[in-house]
Design a protein. Structure first.
Length: 369
């Protein structure tokens, strides 16, 4: 099957998903000054170009959704200005990394720094196709999309991007379970990666996780809107909950996310279906004290970024993971205050974006001046 591509207008509204492809706003211009070294110039116009691709997957009829944003009018980028992002266990990339909160998404911000930015929804998530096993009862099939399966999809997308841009390497970023996907891939494909951003890394757990109940694990699970909000706010002090998520942002994210699953949306109340491979891996590896891969095999610069109220993957996991990066040329750990596992979509999101942008754009992090 040939790769499918659709060129889209930056300001076009996405039918049925409530999101807009917008003109780059002033917040991006402000963001250009935050990197440790001068960031590359943004697009020659105030617009971003957006493209969407659908790549074939191993199951016939199921496609992998990939989105690209970049400065309009530019289609040549060095590998260290190309970034691919992958999501975590439950929710897709497209409705978080490219959610235009206040008119600007994380993808918009990084594209505004001159990056060629991509995100991928793994099969079973978001705007990608749903495997046939998700259309029958979960108990009928084993857990879908284990971490090695996800890393294989990432490898396919990396190969697509490097061929498209005629480069050998690019930057990678993963969130939550996505850090395991990107960490596993990088540990075996150092030749394909420039720098690695791990947002809330998964590591050996000493406390129960917030997903999976310890019973039999079927192909997929369902999540309600109310349970999504409760999980988001787990671990936040009571007196801080009211203003952690700016008004309207949770509903904006939930509307976009739950709309990506039309089958789940027909249930009452509506649910989102999510593959259970990540739960099976948690039980078999992280909760059992067995690493799924060796971070010591990662041989590229690494940023770990985390927030203090993260109850999904608490700080001790990020701190312990950091010590395992024994062969990274350099590494950095940033802990953000007053944020959760979802700090990228909370009131302190700009602190998060500034740190990621600085790491990805700095020319010489070990310079004395």
């Amino acid at each position: 099957m040939a790769d499918k591509q659709a060129q889209t207008d930056p300001n076009e509204t996405w039918p049925g998903r409530g999101l807009a492809r917008r003109q780059l706003v002033g917040a991006l211009t402000a963001g250009l000054a935050v990197a440790a070294t001068p960031a590359p110039a943004a697009a020659p116009s105030s617009r971003l170009a957006t493209e969407e691709f659908r790549l074939p997957w191993s199951e016939p009829g199921v496609e992998i959704y990939v989105r690209n944003k970049r400065p309009a009018g530019i289609d040549r980028f060095p590998g260290d200005r190309i970034l691919l992002y992958v999501h975590g266990s439950t929710y897709p990339s497209s409705t978080a990394f490219d959610l235009p909160l206040g008119g600007m998404s994380a993808m918009d911000y990084l594209a505004g720094l001159g990056f060629d930015v991509y995100c991928v929804d793994l099969p079973g998530y978001g705007l990608s196709g749903r495997p046939a096993a998700m259309d029958v009862p979960p108990a009928d099939n084993p857990p879908l999309m284990r971490t090695p399966d996800a890393a294989k999809v990432v490898g396919q997308v990396v190969d697509f991007i490097t061929k498209r841009r005629n480069v050998e390497k690019l930057d990678l970023m993963g969130w939550s379970w996505g850090t395991s996907t990107m960490g596993l891939y990088t540990s075996t494909h150092t030749d394909k990666v420039n720098r690695l951003v791990l947002y809330a890394p998964q590591w050996l757990a000493r406390t129960p996780g917030l997903i999976g109940g310890g019973g039999p694990v079927g192909a997929y699970r369902t999540v309600s809107r109310d349970s999504a909000r409760a999980r988001w706010l787990t671990g936040v002090p009571e007196d801080k909950k009211a203003d952690l998520i700016p008004a309207g942002w949770f509903d904006q994210w939930a509307d976009a996310t739950f709309a990506t699953d039309p089958v789940g949306a027909k249930q009452s109340p509506p649910v989102l279906r999510a593959p259970n491979g990540t739960v099976a891996d948690k039980d078999a590896y992280w909760a059992a004290g067995k690493p799924l891969y060796d971070p010591g095999e990662i041989r590229v610069p690494v940023l770990i970024i985390h927030a203090e109220w993260d109850a999904d993957l608490p700080s001790y996991q990020a701190q312990e993971y950091f010590t395992k990066l024994t062969h990274a040329p350099y590494k950095r750990f940033v802990e953000l205050g007053e944020g959760t596992h979802t700090v990228m979509m909370e009131k302190n999101r700009m602190q998060f974006l500034h740190e990621v942008g600085a790491f990805l754009t700095e020319a010489d992090p070990q310079a004395l001046n």
